[in-house]
Design a protein around this ligand. Structure first.
Ligand code: FAD
Length: 450
């Protein structure tokens, strides 16, 4: 059968690979010239970097399964690090690093060895984990993460150094607005599962080369086609098939204009999906989301400049204009020696004074926290803000199903129904679920597979 997949972010790539894997012929359309959507390569000062620093988790079963399908060796493309939350020494933070021991011993030992936490902090953390395990990480009624932490008597220090940074990193939503149920789902699959699931995985290449390009090669090798720079304008029904309206200016536009497809996966962002579905009176299937920005600040230093670890947590303190939450040493990850990436999730306030000012502040924060005054003056800096990085993951958020009341047509995207917030894993899972909905050959997948 012939399928069209609209959008080559990680959701669209995943849907396209799943359909091709099942023996179908796939045409993958992407509006941008670069594949990968919100997890893609960008050229900065002649270097191939990312639109935003990403972390994957060992718990990302669907994503790691997709790497296997594409025959990508995980150890070649990803750097696997044990769970850690380590602040620079003397910056008022903590050092919490899980050793390579079976679960839950790894957490216990990390807790005992942790520095920067008081006895009361450690007891509160132990209480939280055992209560959460006892509840099987589930809540009957959703509330905010801040309310959840309050209910479990978590200390201010623990909230500041561990829970709030984890919440903003995982859900891109501050604890006082974030969904406790979704937060617990992420904790259950990472902290509450086998040790490898809590590992942190960081790409050794840029994000487009990591997955979208191998996915495109897989689709082509299975008889499909990939069309970057080709924004689908609208979709129509033609008999019992689907037809796409493509830009007349695209070189492949005229040749593809008459193509018919047996099925369709819409893997664009939510708003575009709503627009494509408007002629079918289905725009209301997709709710309006609120969005949160994420900012990545690249700072380039001489090649010998290194962090003591591949990445570190930073103490966010808007009072002193210190907005950085994590810093990654790209030299230890993908070989860009001397290049640091400072990450700020939920970056609304941080970007208010403009990108140039923010770069200066990030460099100052590194210089102060790492006690290396020379970091105040990078050779160059580049700030990238993704204004609509992810939807705000608030309590009781309604997310649309993959299945649509249209023949062989489904939605994929990180905003679709999932236990997870907007992540690469959600996107990849959604692609597989959408492919399953439209394929009709029923290898029969349900979410419990992930
Ligand atoms: C800065 C940043 C940091 C992040 N950090 C992490 C992290 O550390 N860990 C993690 O797991 N997740 C992270 N995320 C979230 C993750 O990147 C997203 O959840 C995921 O990439 C979403 O993929 P998607 O395919 O659902 O959507 P998108 O990536 O938005 O893909 C949709 C695609 O559709 C294309 N498109 C739109 N309209 C059309 C059209 N008309 N025709 C054809 N194509 C069209 C778009 O160009 C785009 O490529 C981060 C996101 C950002 C922005």
């Amino acid at each position: 059968m012939k399928y069209a997949v609209i959008g080559a972010g990680w959701a669209g790539c995943s849907a396209a690979v799943e359909l091709a894997r099942r023996g179908h012929q796939v045409a993958l359309f992407e509006a941008s010239r670069t594949l990968g959507g919100r997890a893609r390569q960008v050229s900065v000062h002649g270097l191939m970097l990312d639109n935003g620093q990403h972390i994957l988790l060992g718990a990302y079963k669907a994503t790691l399964g997709l790497f296997d399908t594409l025959k990508l060796r995980q150890d070649r493309v990803l750097r696997r690090l044990p769970l850690q939350m380590c602040y620079p020494e003397g910056s008022g933070g903590m050092v919490f690093a899980a050793p390579r021991l079976p679960s839950p011993l790894h957490m216990l030992v990390a807790l005992i060895r942790a520095t920067g936490l008081t006895r009361a902090d450690k007891l509160a953390l132990a209480r939280f984990s055992s209560a959460a395990r006892w509840m099987d990480w589930q809540l009957h009624t959703d509330c905010t993460v801040a309310e959840l932490l309050d209910r479990f008597d978590q200390t201010d220090n623990l909230n500041r150094l561990m829970w709030h940074p984890l919440c903003i990193a995982a859900l891109n939503t501050p604890a006082h607005r974030a969904s406790a149920i979704v937060f617990l789902n992420v904790l259950k699959d990472s902290l509450g599962s086998r040790r490898a699931a809590s590992d942190m995985l960081i790409a050794r290449t840029d994000l487009t080369r990591l997955l979208p390009e191998p996915a495109a090669r897989f689709v082509e090798a299975h008889g499909g086609t990939v069309h970057p720079g080709c924004a689908v304008q609208s979709v129509t029904r033609s008999g019992d098939q689907w037809q796409l309206v493509l830009p007349a200016t695209h070189p492949a536009g005229p040749a593809l204009a008459d193509q018919r497809y047996d099925g369709l996966v819409i893997a664009t962002p939510a708003e575009t999906a709503g627009h494509l579905l408007t002629p079918f009176n289905l725009a209301s299937h997709i709710p309006r989301f609120e969005y949160e920005p994420i900012t990545t600040c690249y700072l380039k230093y001489p090649p010998g400049t290194r962090l003591s670890r591949p990445f570190m947590a930073l103490a966010e303190d808007p009072g002193r204009h210190a907005y950085g939450q994590f810093v990654f040493d790209r030299g230890q990850l993908d070989g860009h020696a001397g290049l640091f990436a400072v990450v700020i999730s939920g970056s609304q306030q941080a970007i208010e004074s403009g990108h140039a000012e923010l770069a200066t502040r990030c460099a100052q924060q590194l210089a102060t926290d790492l006690k290396l005054p020379e970091l105040t003056h990078p050779e160059w800096s580049q700030v990238i803000t993704e204004k609509r990085a992810t939807f705000a993951c608030t309590p009781n958020l309604q997310r649309p199903t993959h299945a649509l009341p249209l023949p062989r047509c489904a939605l994929a995207g990180d905003y679709t129904q999932s236990r997870y917030p907007a992540t690469l894993e959600t996107a990849v899972q959604s692609g597989i679920m959408a492919a399953d909905c439209v394929a009709g050959d029923h290898e029969s997948i349900n979410e419990s597979r992930f």
